[in-house]
Every structure is written in C-alpha cells, then in structure tokens.
Design a protein around this ligand. Sequence first.
Ligand SMILES: [Zn+2]
Length: 553
Amino acid sequence: MSKVYVTLPAYNAELTLLRTIEEIPAGIVDQFLLVDDASPDNTVALARELGLRVIVHPENRGYGANQKTCYSEALADGADVIVLLHPDYQYDPKAVPLLIAPILAGYADMSFGSRFAATGDPILGGMPLYRYVGNRLATTVENLLLGSRFTEMHSGMRAYTRECLLSLPFLSYSDDFVFDSQLLVDAVTSGLRITEVPIRTRYTKESSSIDISRSMRYVAGSIAMAAKRGVQRGRRGRRTPVSLRTRRRPRILGRGPHTEATCMLCGRNDMYLLYPSNTRLRPESSDFACTAESVGKHDDILQCRVCGMVSSRTPLEDAEIIERYQDTVDPHYLEEESARRELFEHVLATMRGFYSHGRSLVEIGSHVGLFLDSAAKAGWDVRGIEPSRWAVEEGQRRFGVDLTQGVAEEFTAPPGSVDAVVMLDVLEHLVDPLSVLGRLHPVLSDEGLMVLSTVDVTRLHARMRRAEWPWFIFPHLHYYTPPTLHSTLASAGYRMVGWETVPRRFHLSSIANRLGDSFDPVGPIARRLSSVVDPRVPVGWLGDIVLAVARKA
Ligand SMILES: [Zn+2]
C-alpha cells in the first residue's frame, strides 16, 4: 500500500483549514503535514488541535521555502505519494482522490489539478479576469517553449510520486511563488510523466491571492524558466541525457578502418580507428598528473560502431597504469586553488538541490582533498581515497582531511553506508568504469547521490578540434558522449537525474602552461600574453566537461 501524505503549506489559514481537511474524502490520506510560515493568526494552534503533524518556520520564508520543508519532511517520513494542497480552500479538497488516482494507477509521476481542463470555467468560479487572461497567455507561451499541451501550468494543487521529487533538484528552486513553475518545467524537461485532472475553481474572500505586481513577477519568472530550460534541454527535454529513455542510434563521430578491440561498454568487437595515435612516446607518471603538460598527445582513439563508446588503446597494462597514478607528484595543482574551489562550490550547490537523507560523502580520486575540504565546510561528513602517495600526504598535511591511499577498484565500505559518492574527472581514467560503478552501487544508500564529472567528446569544441582536442591525453582511457554516459550509468544500476555543463575559469597562464608550445599558434601566443596580463578565462563554455547526478535505478 502506498503511503499518501497531504502537505499543507500554510500562512494565515485559520479560517479555511478545518473546511479544507474535512472535505477530503475519508480513508485516502495516511498523514497530514502542515508547515506554517510564521502566521500571525491561530493556524498552528488549530492544526495541532486537529491532530495534524505541524512544523513551524520561526520566520516567514516564502511559499517556495514552505514547500521545500513540506517535501523534505514527507520524504524523510517515507511518504510514497505526496500531495500539495493549499489550506486556503482555493482548490477543492474533494478532488484529492482524483488527483492521486493516475499516480496510484502507475500512469503518472506527477499530476496537477487544472481549472481550465474539460468544461472548467474559472471565471464562473470567481477567478478575476486579469488573472484568467494572464494565466491563458502564460500557459500558451510556456507550452510553446516546452513542447507540452497543458491546459494550465499554474495550478497549486499537485501530487507527486516519491521518485518524482527525488529526481528533481527542488531544494535549489526559488523560495517564492515561482517555485511551482521551476518544478513543473524541470519535471517536463526531465521526461517525467505528468498528467492533469480537471478541478473546479473557487475563489473565496478568504483565499489568499497575490497582488498584481507579484503576479507579474511570477509570470515573468515562469516564462523565463521555461525559455531557459527549453533552450538547455530542448522541448520536452529532447536534448538532455536526463530524459533519454530509448536506445538511439549511436552517435558516430568519424570514419576509419575497423580495428581489433573489444568495447568497454557493450562488449562487442566492432570498433574503428577514429584518430590514430600522434606520438610514439610511452606515457610516464608525469603524464598522469592533473596539470600534465602532455596535452593533446594521445594513443589510438577508437569508437564502437554498435554503441558509440569512445576509448583509447593504451600500451600500458592495468597494473602499470595504477603504478603511474601512485607515483604521480603534482605540485602545480594548487596554483589554481581558488578556481578549483569555485568549481567545487558549484558542484556542492548542485548537490544541495537534491534531497539527501544523510550527510556521509565519499570522494573517489580526491587528489589533495580540496573538494573534501570544501564539502566538509558545507556540512558533509567526508572521506576520500586517492592513488597518489604524494597527494594523500599533501592533503593530510594541508587540509587535515580523511584521505586514504587506494584505488577505486579496491574501495570497500559497509552496504548503504554512504549518502553521496563523488567522482570528479575520474571515470575517464578508469580501466573499467562499469565495474567501479557496480562496486560502488551497494555502498551507496538506496536514495543516495552519485555525482560525477567527465569529458564530453560531442561538444562543438571537440568536434572542431577533432584529433587535436586538448582532452585527448594518455591518462584518459574513455571519452563519453551523452548517450554512452547514460548507458554506462544505466548498465551499472543508476538513473541519471541531473546533467549540466561545468562552468570553469582558469588563469590564462595556467592554460598556456598546459597547452605548451604544441598548440600553434594558440599556445605560444597565450604564453606570451599571460606574462603581461593574466586574466581568468571562462573555459567552461567550451562544454568539454559535464557534471551528471544519478540515483540508484
Ligand atoms: Zn560498444
């Protein structure tokens, strides 16, 4: 049996609360949860009298912030279906069974009540004309931007499955009214199944309606969100790997002769040579440092014709690769400490958007523990493993973080003991990313977060530079495309819930040092220029590095 929670975000609901609760048909709600946003009236006392579970915000935080508390608490309590019902009696409580029916039947991940569906007449129900017109116009524009066909997109009567809320970064949304639109837009562009059910409109004197200037700001914010996500993710999320459902044809990046090799991802033996090796050097330990200067030197780059996976053919044995990481010394890494911290803050902000039960975090491939240090300051209980002996000593000495020397392939922890696993720019270095992700699966708690960044070989920069793309380097054994990362995660038992390009800014001098003199004319010019002025360059927009967030499937 599904546990149905009705959450009531309340502000001055004293006069309408009782009616709202009483009119919900009996026998369908397992728990009521009222979150009071510092109402000056007697909402809290009344709610307690009625036997509801009550949480009180000591200060007024806003309608969005109220919902964040509602949903976090319902998730923490183990709710399976979470209903949003305004205690101001604006929406008909009798419609709650109708609202959750498509969810209980397994047809939808989210549902909402539409006042405009079927023969609904919101004006007859008391909706002011300006709101009616505004609602119609905004809905039309948002539908166009998102490729949806809803009759309304501004309903405050909703229901979600647990998985729906776990899949959306709802804790990163606005604390104000636009929260509703952000959630709906993300749900549409994440490929979640959303359905609307017709409901009656009722505007009463007691209903709290926001004033015109706030309504305008709300409408502008809603349309802006739909436009932004429509561009980033495509209409109905057609372009984001988060919503990939079916197997598509693989994205083949070039032409080349067949070559004998087995695909890491699908195990088939149908690979072709995408770019031949451009050096006869054998990779040394110094080539495996984060700030290695051997940028652009690479082994044969191959692509699988069956699944599209791109991998390199390293001349090194698995044990030799691990030895090189263990011996790596990288004293220049911390020269860009502030840029790296900025990036890590961004990763932490992304993680904060998703609900998490606990605060236990493990980082695989921690280097000197800079991320762990930032994460600890953000309230995570952290530890990490790192193969480089130098980096482990350096990290323990500098940041005092819990850092163990070891490789991902040997990582162990009690089942379900970790709430977040973080692997930043690690996956592409692993000999067998699938087996490492599989090994981490039982360690991660059931609703934990798998957070990883990696290279994306399909973006414009990579396509333009072809074999000269600076991320083709010895230590990168694999290069992901959005569909191959999606299938890698799926094969290891995860489902992707977040995907974004990573914003990064580094000083021109450090970019110039990495490019060296091999990239004529960019490298030498950048090097000379950086001796005069050394601005920070936003290299993130090149789109080379992406951040994916996943949960267990
Ligand atoms: Zn393959």
